[in-house]
Design a protein around this ligand. Structure first.
Ligand SMILES: [Fe+2]
Ligand SMILES: [Fe+2]
Length: 238
């Protein structure tokens, strides 16, 4: 399957999949001029686009197949390679978030928010295990690839801690803001990956991703509840 085949699917899920869609589109349109191009330059673009499409998803399925017979059975298309590449991204994100959440818990003023962060630290440990299961189902060893978006969101949370006074509810309002940005990022990512896995016939992987997605949504709702129950109102009076 080529990137051109993937593109219509990607567009269909853009509404809930900003990050992954943007990445995919950034890779896919390189082939667009080729469809109408008749010049040698256009042909060169085609060759380049095919090469880029393969490279962006990591090593080719054939190269992987040489390494492991199990992988040969499991990884059959560039679509699978793309899914695995994106799993590496969110795997990195979760592994770094699980280290950041305890710092957010310690920084929180209210016990309610501290408890929410403590619970989600445990949730996130579980997400890491579920992603590892997804890698296993795809015949791959779990591997992380730096997620620039999550690195930025974690840095933003750290910035809020530095910019607010401890013991204030403004601090909690800021931490909730930072945490909800993280949850929304995760919701977008898991929503997309779940859909991609489902369309690729990876129903067990899709079920794991759906399980994580549900928890991220619950966490987002729990944070809203803490904010609306008292944090926002009291923060505004400080
Ligand atoms: Fe998560
Ligand atoms: Fe989360």
């Amino acid at each position: 399957m080529s990137w051109l085949h993937i593109k219509p699917l990607t567009i269909s899920i853009m509404a809930t999949a900003t990050k992954t869609s943007a990445k995919t589109i950034a890779k896919a349109p390189k082939a667009q001029p080729v469809n109408s191009g008749k010049t040698p330059a256009a042909k060169a673009v085609l060759a380049s686009a095919k090469s880029a499409g393969t490279a962006s998803a990591g090593k080719t399925a054939a190269a992987k197949a040489k390494k492991s017979p199990a992988a040969a059975a499991a990884i059959t298309t560039e679509f699978d390679s793309f899914l695995i590449d994106e799993l590496k991204d969110i795997y990195w994100a979760e592994k770094h978030l699980v280290k950041a959440l305890p710092k957010m818990r310690k920084a929180a003023t209210s016990s309610q928010l501290a408890m929410a962060f403590e619970k989600h630290t445990a949730d996130t440990e579980q997400h890491i295990k579920l992603i590892e299961q997804a890698f296993e189902l795809l015949g791959k060893k779990a591997q992380a690839k730096k997620c620039e978006a999550m690195a930025g969101l974690i840095a933003e949370a750290q910035g809020i801690i530095e910019d607010t006074e401890s013991g204030t509810l403004i601090r909690d309002a800021g931490l909730i803001l930072a945490a909800q940005k993280v949850e929304h990022y995760e919701i977008a990512t898991y929503g997309t990956l779940r859909t991609l896995a489902s369309h690729g016939g990876k129903t067990e992987v899709a079920a794991l991703l759906e399980q994580i997605l549900r928890n991220e949504k619950e966490t987002d709702a729990a944070l809203t509840q803490v904010a609306e129950s008292f944090v926002n109102e009291q923060a505004a009076q400080e």
